[in-house]
Every structure is written in structure tokens, then in C-alpha cells.
Design a protein around this ligand. Sequence first.
Ligand code: SF4
Ligand code: SF4
Length: 101
Amino acid sequence: MAMIIPLSHAANDSTTVTCASCEACCCKLQVLLMAGDNVPEHLVEYDQWNTAAMRRQSDGWCAALSRDTLLCTIYQRRPMLCREYAMGGSDCIDERALHAK
Ligand code: SF4
Ligand code: SF4
């Protein structure tokens, strides 16, 4: 279940940040894979330096994202970078603002 975090700096106290009201903005970011990550191989892509990242599709979203539910289909195996990405954190707020434009 998605948490709801009040924005302490928001002018309107009713403003909240929740993944439920977001079109998975952060799942369009490049997600580099790290040692210890264990995602399905068909969801991984490699650049010319053999750096592994989550594969993204032509719509920009990560290949592991369900286009129907906008939820991660590999939630239990999602990469470390995704685990550490804080809903309501500064990166999240910035990404939502970018996509709102
Ligand atoms: S950008 Fe923030 S609110 Fe949107 S899906 Fe990612 S963590 Fe959730
Ligand atoms: S692995 Fe899951 S949480 Fe991470 S970017 Fe892809 S869909 Fe989003």
C-alpha cells in the first residue's frame, strides 16, 4: 500500500505526495544495476562499456513497469536504486514537477 507523505514546505496543507497519484515518473529514469541486484535478465540492457541498466522501452518507461497498473512487476526483486528512491524525497519531488510541466 502506498504511503502518503505530507509536504512540509507546501503552501497548501492538503498537498500530499503519493505514488498513487503519480504516473510512475521515477520509472522513466535510468536505473543502473549494482552488484547484488537480481533482476530478470530479459529486463536488462548493456551499453558499449557493458554497464548494466534496467531496459527501457520506446515510451521511456522501464520494461518492468506494468503499463496497465503503473506498478513494478518485479517489486520483490527491484534493483537497489529503486529500493533507495524515497517517495516524497527531493528527487521524487523534482521528478514529479518535471513531468507536471
Ligand atoms: S516519482 Fe515519487 S511519487 Fe512518483 S512513482 Fe516515483 S516515488 Fe512514487
Ligand atoms: S524496476 Fe520497478 S521500481 Fe525500478 S524503475 Fe523499473 S518499474 Fe520502476
